[in-house]
Design a protein around this ligand. Sequence first.
Ligand code: SF4
Ligand code: SF4
Length: 306
Amino acid sequence: MGEKKNKAKAEINEIKKTVESKTQKSVVVPEYLTASSRFKFRCYPGIGCFTKCCSGIRIILSPYDIFRLKSRLGKSCLEFLNDYTIPMTIEGSSLQTVGLKMKDDELRSCPFVTPEGCTVYTDRPLTCRYYPIGMGMMKKDTGKTGEDFFIKVKEDHCLGHNEETVWTIKEWRQDQESDLYDEMNNDWMAIVLKAKTLGRVEFSQRSLELFYIVSTNLDLFRDMAFSPRFIEAYQLAPETLQKLAEDELELLKFSLKWLRFVTFDEGDFKVDQEARKKAKEKLISQAEEERKRQREEAIDAMDGQA
Ligand code: SF4
Ligand code: SF4
């Protein structure tokens, strides 16, 4: 019991430190919000600051963000990654994934912003949906994330805070479909939050490669999941395989569940250990090849600019 209390206290201190460090940059309102907290906000085309928040920003893409955007744009994972993303480290951890690549213009604009607004609005990333409400990093014992506390970001350029429309955090999240995104990313977020709450966990290079590839490239994961080695290792039933083949969203959820299992041994996979090891090795070597290819492309691009 005492241990549980100490753990909760340590988590709260960690949260306070995070909020305080952001507050010093004076964009985070120093107040812990819950799902029923109220705030005033309205954002609409025609407001004086319209699209001012869509440049010079850092937007990490979650797996479900990538899924929605690449489906919207009709691209393969690789095409989407090459055209719209750059590698990014997830703050407070050593985990690497990708973020939106801003344009090379003066404002460093988002590739999807136009004077008329966001061209991918209904499929915009989670970060854009949360704004101006940030999610706290408290992790519940249930393994669920994001329900405990929230923060409000108030930037000088954002006039939406001067509007009179009142929301509870819960209403705002529903309106922005944040809950759906959180549900789809649940296993991925559990890995990220655990990595953050455990401090800078020393992941092996192989675990980092796996995290990167499964977080960003569902097509590569598909190739692996339908290989005889993987099917044997994870004893996948024909009906499971059929579901994964027919429904890409099911495949995404399965890939993140699997990633959590191989990263932290959390979940209920049935495994043949020897076959599992071989399947994992295969994906890691594919991941290494992919990263090598990306590094070579980046070097070529730099050579081209020189
Ligand atoms: S994705 Fe859309 S909402 Fe998000 S920063 Fe880009 S233009 Fe703005
Ligand atoms: S700055 Fe604020 S109010 Fe203005 S467009 Fe962005 S989110 Fe909306």
